[in-house]
Write a protein that binds this ligand. Structure first.
Ligand code: HEC
Length: 125
């Protein structure tokens, strides 16, 4: 069940990325079981381009580079990372985060910044 919800949210993110322009948001299609995303910290400018890419390049792409990499996905591009953003809260940011696998958890300040990015709907720039 939980997995299904996450996958649905994932589909939502792929379709609705770049939701910073709130006036452009439309009522969700009734057939879409996906919630809207409203940036929670609009004053904080944490984007993929200005922050997240550097973190992921440093800590994650050694295992998440697609092909037959140990970790799933391809985190070398924005869309590749964004596709997994729904998993960040539990796997990367939260107290029980286990990524980067086999390494120390990310510093708290980094996790806080990643959390802002996720809460702001994972903007690219
Ligand atoms: C040493 C290798 C390694 C590193 C480094 C690593 N990962 Fe992973 N990651 C894995 C493997 C293997 C899996 C799949 C098994 C699992 O889910 O535990 C995984 C799974 C995940 C998942 C869950 C994907 C899903 O479909 O459920 C996320 C999200 C994730 N990693 C994010 C990250 C992030 C972000 C970083 C960097 C901060 C990172 N990983 C660093 C190996 C790694």
């Amino acid at each position: 069940m939980k997995r299904t919800a996450l996958i649905l949210m994932l589909g939502f993110n792929l379709i609705y990325f770049g939701c910073s322009n709130e006036t452009a948001l439309e009522m969700p299609d009734e057939n879409e079981e996906t919630p809207d995303c409203t940036p929670q910290f609009p004053e904080m400018d944490v984007t993929y381009d200005n922050y997240v890419k550097g973190i992921v390049d440093k800590y994650c792409i050694s295992c998440h580079y697609a092909g037959n990499s140990p970790g799933p996905g391809n985190f070398t591009s924005y869309s590749g990372v964004a596709a997994y953003s729904d998993f960040f809260a539990t796997r990367v940011i939260g107290d029980n985060a286990d990524m980067p696998q086999g390494n120390a958890p990310l510093p708290q300040a980094v996790r806080d910044s990643l959390n802002v990015w996720i809460q702001n709907c994972a903007p690219k720039n």
